[in-house]
Design a protein around this ligand. Structure first.
Ligand code: NA7
Length: 530
């Protein structure tokens, strides 16, 4: 069968864009198929008020092009969604990517043809492409989760999901608003919605930890310094588990004297951001150490929130950092506003949505606008939306029935020539996504080059290699507190989803080393054929 392209790339976010660029540079033909009208992926859809990246802008950016790195100017410590989207568009223009992207088209099916060793890709508007390789750049947090709460369809007013926000924006000024959820999207949007709405009711199922961002405009001197020393910063970042350049204190929290420990937590709190969890090296390794950090944040909540009952309800009871830590601007302070009410919907849960509000715990709450800040079917959702069929017509949905299984989070046995960028079983969401994306794209590009040089057309992970990797991912997950709570990392937010810790928690440096060792050992764990 004649191929239309060497590679079909699903998704035009940061992963899909760089994959396209990289393959082009190597002389491969590729086409990106993207559901949105523009590039940017997650940052194209998540336009809710206050949406920002929780990794500092100078680090949440591509490093493959020194020129791009030097010419782009980030304006704030944490970039807003509009600025990140502008950056994505700049990259698309600068590298002339759009001519190889098919927009407003969703891939619905992809099947591997064993006779010709090609992927046949079908789209929602009747399109059909044949490609040698299929590359899923579908993102980790890109399939919004709308919970099946009874009565949702009957709500009379507008309903918005933070993960699929109207492009024209929403003005809440005259409205009474109900927000369901207190994850990162809620924590970022609630302070802004509260400033506009007549009244805001927040429905909280699980209290969440958040630390201040202390966001600010970037000082031009600091930017100059970063730009002058970018390679060193990127190298330092890659030597740390999360791929973020931050100060890690190797001491144990529990072995540090109380006053000194409090001083160090305060220093991190004042500095702001995700580095709070790097105050000590054992915060995610033992309960006692973790509790010192959790207690520190709980004390802050009680200090900031004036009503003791509200402060107590807002205080999380679980492990800090087990769910992803959030980074906010004035979240706790928002609950001091007279127009904001917090409602506990943990037990009993929300009973139903009514045309003019919702019912929970035997009470009725009225509002005219509903915001679902209810997160995503993370890591596997977007990939499994596509009906992907490998050898003998076996579907990926069937293969992953008990949870995702991959080799290196990149490939799957039984699905030759299919690659997932930042797939389950890779560090992905536990790291700065941009360097993780680039590392995967570079690995895939090198792999395709090697196949071409060998005159080979097919690469496939062996069952044995996949099983070993899955066992290793499970084993390292078991050693940290992170796998112990109900988070989207384990699929707990989606009823019926198999409970498996999906990302690889062994850290970026060890992971990169392993990927490189596999290549050095002539693609150990793969079968390669003509
Ligand atoms: P999250 O972090 O998954 O948060 C979703 C929130 O919605 C969370 O508080 C959930 O409570 C809540 N939720 C979900 N379903 C329900 C129902 N049925 N009833 C009440 N509450 C519900 O998603 P985000 O979009 O905020 O953030 C995702 C990531 O994006 C984030 O980690 C950053 O990396 C960026 P729960 O905790 O499950 O009890």
């Amino acid at each position: 069968m004649k191929t239309d392209f060497d590679a079909a790339i699903v998704g035009g976010g940061f992963a899909g864009m760089y994959m396209l660029h990289r393959l082009r540079m190597l002389g491969f033909s590729a086409r990106v198929i993207e559901a949105g009208k523009g590039v940017g992926g997650t940052w194209y859809w998540n336009r809710y008020p206050g949406a920002r990246c929780d990794v500092e802008s100078v680090q949440y950016s591509y490093q493959f092009s020194r020129e791009l790195e030097q010419e782009w100017e980030w304006t704030e410590r944490y970039a807003t969604q509009p600025e990140i989207l502008k950056y994505a568009n700049h990259v698309a223009d600068r590298f002339d990517l759009r001519r190889d992207i098919t927009f407003e088209t969703r891939v619905t099916e992809a099947s591997f043809d064993e006779a010709d060793n090609v992927w046949i890709v079908e789209t929602d508007n009747g399109g059909r492409f044949v490609a040698r390789f299929l590359i899923a750049a579908t993102g980790c947090l890109s399939s919004p989760n709308t919970p099946k709460i009874p009565g949702l369809a009957d709500f009379r007013g507008p309903t918005y999901h933070t993960g699929n926000w109207p492009h024209e924006g929403v003005d809440f000024t005259p409205s009474t608003v109900g927000v369901i959820g207190t994850g990162s999207s809620a924590i970022q949007s609630i302070p802004i919605i509260a400033r506009q709405a007549r009244h805001l009711t927040v429905f909280q199922r699980t209290a969440n930890y958040t630390v201040p961002a202390h966001n600010r405009p970037l000082d031009p001197d600091y930017v100059r310094e970063v730009k002058a020393t970018y390679p060193e910063m990127r190298r330092r970042a890659k030597s740390l588990p999360a791929g973020i350049d931050l100060k890690v204190n190797m001491a144990s929290a529990i072995e540090t004297p109380d006053r000194e420990r409090a001083r160090l937590f305060q220093e991190r709190w004042d500095y702001g951001g995700l580095g709070f969890m790097a105050a000590f090296s054992d915060l995610l390794l033992n309960d006692e150490s973790n509790k010192t950090a959790a207690d520190f944040v709980r004390a802050k909540i009680h200090e900031i929130v004036r009503d003791p009952a509200t402060a107590e309800l807002l205080s999380p009871k679980n492990i800090i950092g087990c769910k992803r830590l959030c980074v906010d601007t004035a979240y706790w302070e928002t609950f001091n506003r007279p127009n904001v009410t917090l409602v506990d919907v943990s037990e009993p849960p929300i009973d139903r949505i009514a045309p003019d509000g919702l019912h929970a715990g035997g009470r009725e709450y009225k509002f005219d606008t509903l915001v679902l800040a209810t997160g995503f079917d993370a890591m596997t959702g977007a990939l499994l939306k596509v009906d992907i069929r490998g050898r003998k017509g076996r579907s990926l949905r069937d293969k992953w029935r008990e949870g995702p299984t991959t080799y290196l989070g990149l490939t799957m046995a039984g699905f030759p020539n299919l690659f997932a960028i930042t797939g389950p079983g890779s560090p992905s969401v536990l790291t700065n996504m941009l360097p993780s994306i680039e590392q995967h794209v570079d690995w895939i590009a090198e792999c395709l080059q090697t196949l071409r040089a060998k005159g080979a057309r097919v690469i496939e992970a062996t069952d044995a290699a996949e099983q070993d990797w899955v066992a290793h991912v499970g084993q390292v997950a078991g050693a940290t507190l992170r796998s112990s709570c109900s988070s989207w990392y384990v699929g707990a937010n989606i009823p019926g989803k198999p409970r498996v810790f999906m990302p690889y928690i062994g850290g970026l440096p060890a992971y990169i080393e392993r990927c490189e060792a596999v290549v050095k050992a002539d693609y150990e764990g793969f079968s390669i054929s003509a």
